[in-house]
Every structure is written in C-alpha cells, then in structure tokens.
Design a protein around this ligand. Structure first.
Ligand code: ADP
Ligand code: MG
Length: 376
C-alpha cells in the first residue's frame, strides 16, 4: 500500500475541464499544490491551478515533468490515453489506473466487461463495419441508438434509428468508427451512484441521484432520488460491486436506467467525479472532489453524509444570449448556490456552470430550482 500523501505535496490532474477545476479547488483548500495538464491555454482548471502544463496528453516532456514533480496523478476525463496513465505510473501512484480507464473509455469494452461480470445492460451489438449492420439490427430490434464506441459525451456521437436504412446512414455519418447498436429502452427514470474507493478496498457511497436529461445532456439531478428504498439500495450495491470487481481506486460513477417497473440496467461507468455528483459540494460533508483528493492521497476515506436534500441544475451555453444570464434572479435566493467554470465562450450545449438549491423539503428545492431557471 502506498503511504499517505500529506498536504503540501503536489498532485497532478490530467485534463483542465470543470471537473479538474473543482478537484483543484478542493485540493488547494486542503493545502495541496496542483499541476494541471491540458493543451488549452485558458482551461477552467488551468486557471486555478498552481501550475499549468499547456501541452498535449502525450507530450513526453510534460509527462516527465509531471511524473517528477507530482506525488500522485489523477484524471478528470475518461479519454486520456491509457498509455499516458501507464507512463506516469512508472513515477508515482496514478488513480484510477489505466485498466479501469481503458474499460470505461470504450463502449464496446465497457459493455462487454459488464456483460461478462453479470451486470445487466441494454441489449446491444457491436458494429465495426457496414456489413455488420443488418445482423446487429436484427439482433437488437427497433427503435435503437447507435453510439460511437469512443469519445462520445453529452449525447454526442449518438443517433436514434428506427430502420435499417437509418442505421446504415447513421453508421456512415460516424465516419467508420466502431459503434454499438443499443436497444432504445422505455426509461422510467435515470439514476446514478457516485462512490469513492481506496487502495484498501473501502468504499464510500453517496446517496442515489435521480437524473433528468434533455437532448442527451444532464439537465437536473435530484438527490436523494425519489425511488423506493430497495431500488436505491440495489443501485448502490451494484455500483459498489462494479467498483470492487474493477479493483477500482478513486472516484467513479455508475449511470443506471430504470425499466420494466423497477429493474435496473447499467448504462455506463465514469472513471471520475460525475456531473450528477456536483450537489455534493453544497450538500455533503465530503464533496466528490474532496473524495477524489482523499482516495488519491490515501487519506481516511471521508463521510458521504448528505446534510440536506438538494437539486442541481446545469447551466448550458444556450442560456448566454447576447448578454449573461440574469444572475441576480439566482443570487437573491439564499438557498441557491452558483458555480461557474470560467469558460470564455458560451456555445449551445456547452456546460458553463451549475447551481444547486437546497431545502429541508426536496420538492421545495426542486420547485425553487425550476423557478430560478425560468428567470435566468
Ligand atoms: P453519454 O456518454 O453522452 O452520457 P449515454 O449513453 O449516457 O451517453 O446517453 C446519454 C443519454 O441518452 C442517457 O442518459 C439517456 O437519457 C439517453 N439514452 C442513451 N441510451 C439510451 C437507451 N438505450 N435507451 C433510452 N435512452 C437512452
Ligand atoms: Mg451518460
């Protein structure tokens, strides 16, 4: 087991997006120094880090500097090349490890791993060439979703298809990339579980989040999820079993679909903090980003206790018209907390920030969140 890494040490973060930014803030709050690697000169995390290496994820000079100067390295996105994680692991602890990230960054590997380990997924077939589409459609049935195996996020790299013709056109539009064709399920709701797991195998689970998506992008997370206790407990136990079987170390999230009157299907695994866990910044004793620091540094794992019901709303670039959203409508509510990520340009669908509403009554928090959003 690696020794504890105490405050004052430098931690490495691969990726400069909002998740890296919130990790950096949590780490610096605890007295660590943070080095961020991201090719974007004005990345959200680079802005708030002690050091920003502005270089590609495979840049050998940058990686060797990171390996030399950091006591441990983590990541904020699943698309970091596994080779980068392996190279860094020769110098210092890297969490999560390359094996887990390799599974989560590739939908074929991910669904195959889940299937092989007995976790239910939506029925799917791999499509690697045009000649395989007809058999995949026959196996999966319609309606279906074609998803590119790598680099998809926020509903990008996905197409809903209702016929063989549409599936063929969608596959051609994906540019010849390997895809999975997945059965379109009638969702009763979507849930997620964020957890931290340390080297000793201790697991700290957050409450189950209920997630509402718009156009494939997370819109609102409601926590705790308004589902039966037994279903929530099954979701948490399943997420923990996945982490255990992966031998996972760090923070991860499991996204679930609820179908058929309360049956859980695993949608995907995120080897990092998750958008549906942002509420933990304002509603839990240990945020998911502090949890990432704690698991990275081998500190005691931390308490996931939620001290108030919470509703998180994403702020997408669509809200930025010619001017900024109406922040006073939000800031005047003492039960609402604003988080902005420091992104310079707002584009439709781009995650610019989020806000969280808290109240002793979950329904009141949800109503307030909806009222505020309508006023922005
Ligand atoms: P991403 O990596 O973009 O988050 P997901 O596979 O999680 O991709 O899909 C995004 C969203 O699209 C899901 O949260 C869900 O709302 C919807 N979706 C994806 N796959 C299915 C499916 N098989 N059946 C029904 N809805 C789906
Ligand atoms: Mg998803």
């Amino acid at each position: 087991m690696n020794p504890m890494i105490l405050p004052g040490a430098t931690l490495g973060m691969l990726g400069g997006g909002q998740l890296g930014r919130m990790f950096t803030i949590a780490a610096r709050t605890m007295g660590y120094r943070v080095m961020v690697l991201d090719p974007d000169p004005i990345s959200p995390a680079g802005q708030v880090a002690d050091m920003h290496l502005c270089a590609d994820y495979q840049d050998e000079t940058a990686l060797s500097q990171m390996g030399r100067e950091c006591a441990a390295v983590t990541t904020e996105f699943e698309n970091v090349p596994a080779q980068t994680l392996r190279a860094l692991a020769q110098h210092c602890p890297v969490k999560p490890g390359a094996e887990a990230v390799e599974i989560a960054q590739n939908r074929v590997a991910e669904k195959s791993w889940l299937h092989a380990h007995g976790f239910a997924t939506a029925p799917f077939a791999v499509v690697a060439a045009p000649a395989e589409i007809a058999a995949a459609c026959a196996q999966v049935g319609f309606p279906a979703v074609l998803k590119v195996s790598r680099f998809g996020y926020d509903g990008k790299g996905q197409a809903r298809v209702a016929s063989l013709d549409e599936a063929q056109a969608a596959f051609a539009a994906m540019g010849g990339e390997v895809c999975v064709l997945e059965k379109m399920l009638a969702l009763e709701c979507e849930l997620s579980v964020v957890l931290g797991r340390n080297e000793a195998g201790a697991c700290a689970l957050y409450p189950v989040a209920e997630n509402i998506h718009e156009a494939g992008i997370l819109d609102i997370s409601i926590v705790p999820a308004r589902v039966e206790q037994t279903l929530a407990q099954t979701a948490r136990a399943t997420a923990q079993a996945i982490a255990d079987q992966l031998g996972y170390c760090g923070v991860m999230a499991v996204e679930f679909f609820v179908v058929d009157g309360g049956r859980l299907v695993v949608n995907e695994i995120a080897p990092r903090p998750h958008n549906s866990g942002h509420y933990t910044l304002d509603a839990c004793l240990t945020s998911q980003f502090e949890m990432q620091v704690r698991t990275l540094c081998n500190l005691p794992i931390g308490a996931t206790t939620q001290h108030t019901p919470a509703v998180m709303v994403n702020l997408l670039g669509d809200l930025w018209g010619a001017s900024q959203p109406n922040w006073t409508a939000l800031l005047q509510h003492p039960a609402a907390k604003l988080h902005l990520y420091g992104k310079q340009s707002a584009r439709p669908g781009r995650k610019m920030g989020h806000f969280t509403c808290v109240d002793a009554s979950l329904e009141t928090a949800l109503a307030l969140a909806r009222t505020i959003r309508a006023q922005l």
